[in-house]
Ligand binder design. Structure first.
Ligand SMILES: [Zn+2]
Length: 78
């Protein structure tokens, strides 16, 4: 399985307007999609940032949508 296969685009999702705009997985249709960072700096990088008084927060472009049930683009969850 390719790591990138777990991420969906928001446009791929099925948006349920009647349900507060919840975004459902286009593969299974039963689980919602959630946003997680596609990229997380290593512990060392984060420690170095903390030393400089910075805190890592994911940028919008670093966020990807994944199925709560664990679907990938190529495989439905069990
Ligand atoms: Zn799914």
């Amino acid at each position: 399985m390719m790591w990138r296969d777990v991420f969906f685009e928001l446009e791929d999702g099925l948006i349920d307007e009647a349900n507060e705009g919840t975004v459902f997985c286009p593969i299974c249709g039963c689980c919602s999609l959630k946003q997680i960072p596609k990229f997380i700096p290593s512990i060392l990088t984060q420690a170095a940032m903390l030393e400089r008084g910075e805190e890592w927060t994911p940028k919008q472009e670093d966020m990807g949508w994944v199925c709560n049930g664990g679907c990938t683009r190529t495989q439905r969850h069990a």
